[in-house]
Design a protein around this ligand. Structure first.
Ligand code: PEP
Ligand code: MG
Length: 325
């Protein structure tokens, strides 16, 4: 019989063969931590920090940001809190930014590009994140990278911020973990070059699907073509997971795919061991994890990943999700 979702809240997310799976929560604002605590998540896998910057007339100061990040770090009591640097520009354009929205905003000055173009703004955030790292287990994640050069420039800005804080005598975690979001196909294809510069990778499938398939993730007229199991998308995800794990770098998925229980077994079969999702999805995904033996799913997942035929992939996905008696 199926276990009630509420009864598995406290149990570890372990497959039937005993493999521990990390289930983390996505948040948008510091107060979301309350929901995370009741969700059974073992940390925050994605704090979309740009929400602190929206709906206001001015840029938040370094101190305001520090207080927000510190609150989350402290509230999570030593559990990891992965904070993504501001991912503005495409669909999120606060007034204070004075950003000319281009004809093609999703291909414009967004995410890390915007941060690297505004180094003072970026560094204030990095300083706030570092200062918060003294109060809990903060990890820093860079969004929308498309090349090794952008990753190196981002790390150089972080090093500069560390140096400043050091000189000012302000405490921070000198070993703070740094991660790269893989959400542009170019980054997925050259992910091998990122490995030695990062402590972890996080796959942003929402954007990865959009940019791989040339489907606007917010355009209803093409939403039927937005296909998370398109073979091209699966190849990029698989390559990222395998390259990360081979290089000893943990990989998570933090896009919507991670919270869809119909895709849990597929992602497990691809080698994924860390999922970050909206807290409301966590128990349904956990139930799938508890009901899965990795040896049982491996052959079907393997066939899915070798196929380039969408119909066959759809059939195999159904087969993969048949519950054992
Ligand atoms: C993603 O792109 O999958 C992601 C997690 O980031 P966002 O949805 O905030 O763009
Ligand atoms: Mg994204």
């Amino acid at each position: 019989a199926k276990r009630k979702l509420s009864s598995i809240r406290k149990s570890d997310a372990k497959t039937k063969d005993g493999t521990v799976i990390e289930l983390l929560a996505n948040i948008e604002l510091p107060q979301d931590v309350e929901v995370v605590k009741g969700s059974g998540a073992v940390g925050v896998g994605l704090f979309r920090s740009e929400f602190l910057f929206l709906g206001r007339d001015t840029l938040p100061t370094e101190d305001e940001q520090f207080e927000a990040y510190r609150k989350v770090a402290e509230d999570m009591k030593g559990l990891p809190v992965t904070i993504r640097t501001m991912d503005l520009g495409a669909d999120k354009n606060p007034k204070w930014l004075n950003h000319d929205v281009a004809d093609n905003p999703a291909l414009g000055l967004t995410g890390i590009r915007l941060c690297l173009a505004e180094p003072l703004m970026f560094r204030a955030q990095l300083r706030a994140l570092l200062r918060a790292s003294h109060y809990g287990k903060v990890k820093i994640l860079f969004p929308m990278l498309n090349s090794l050069g952008e990753l190196k420039q981002s790390i150089a800005q972080l090093d500069y911020a560390k140096q400043e804080l050091h000189e000012e005598g302000l405490p921070f975690d000198a070993e703070v973990e740094v991660g790269a979001m893989i959400e542009i196909p170019s980054a997925a294809l050259v992910v091998g070059s990122f490995i030695k510069h990062v402590d972890f990778l996080s796959i942003g499938t929402n954007d990865l699907i959009q940019y791989t398939l040339a489907i606007d993730r917010n355009d209803d007229s093409v939403s039927h073509l937005y296909d998370p199991v398109h073979p091209a998308v699966l190849k990029l995800i698989l390559h990222t997971i395998r390259t990360g794990l081979k290089g000893g770098v943990p990989v998570s998925v933090c896009g919507e795919m991670a919270g869809d229980p119909r895709l849990t077994r597929l992602l497990l079969g691809m080698g994924l061991r860390r999922f970050s999702m909206h807290p409301a999805s966590l128990l349904a995904v956990k139930r799938m994890v508890l009901n899965t033996h990795l040896d049982d799913i491996a052959p079907i997942a393997g066939r899915m990943l070798r196929s380039e035929d969408p119909d066959k992939i759809a059939d195999l996905l159904q087969l993969l999700n048949v519950e054992p008696d």
